[in-house]
Design a protein around this ligand. Sequence first.
Ligand SMILES: [Ca+2]
Ligand SMILES: [Ca+2]
Length: 346
Amino acid sequence: MKPVIRRIFFLIVFLLSGCGGGGGDQTSTTTSPLPTTTTTASATTSTSAATTTTTTVVAGFSVGGTVSGLAGSGLVLQNNLGDDQSINADGSFAFAAELASGVNYSVTVAIHPTLPDQYCNVNNAKGTVAAAGVSDIVVACTTGRFNVVDTNQSLCYDSTGGATKSCSGTGYDGAYDGNQPNYTKSSDGTMVTDNVTGLIWTSKVDRNGDGVVTVSDKLSQSAAMNYCAGKDYGDFTWRLPSIKELYSLMDFTGEDPSGYQGNDTSGLALFIDDNYFERAFGDSSAGERIIDGQYATTTIYVSPLGTMGGNTTMFGVNFVDGRIKGYPVEVNGPGALLRRCFMCIA
Ligand SMILES: [Ca+2]
Ligand SMILES: [Ca+2]
């Protein structure tokens, strides 16, 4: 949604109606006195018995910040997935549309710079306007690097007993915050923007849209690549991710359910943020295990020794048990059992 945004102004038109006498119609426009109104981003109309008063109250605050490190061209920022703002040089910026107090903002990179290829990271990207302009959004562009997302792991464990311990000085994942996972879901819930890597993901694994993830939604690697390439949605060019891209979604707050005997998956903690991405497990009705939540990638494991009984092997991510492994790329076994979950990226 794009709220109507303008600076505060008051327009009061008193239409004097029904006056007796032969003076004819009278219309006056004034800027005071001001009626008591609630400040919102939309027009407010109030009516009294004596006069008809139309009061338009629009309050807006700028949303912006600073850009640094920009070397390429073509950088486009968005606020709430709209209001495109082209950036040509380092320095301060502000979106054209201003937001009313209480309105959320979420700044993302719509197009990263090219020539040279750059990645621009956005910090302080989200918040709620609080009766003041926002100017602390920091867009930092770098050349030739891929922003690594933190695994969301903030705890550290003793390597022998497994008890939690202080992270200080350990050098463990939990000792580093890094680029914390940060996602934005599209309004229809079908796409997720990773605000750290800049990748845009399809969020659904339920390919046939019947509301449940089964083997019918899974494909072999080549079929998944064709499916993504043929996807016509959102004016993007879609493709199957590489292992590096898919692994960037790994969330180590998940818990490995290996050994779990039940069929109810509702209490299982996945290794992907299910606030943004669909939950997917093995299809027990088709003979799969609950942990058969492997996702396909384009990345092939090249080994002179051969793997998977001589079958070409791709790297995949299992968001149910948190593992990264090699899997055969094609359906060559008992029917659907070697098909994989997948998501597309742009
Ligand atoms: Ca961490
Ligand atoms: Ca389905």
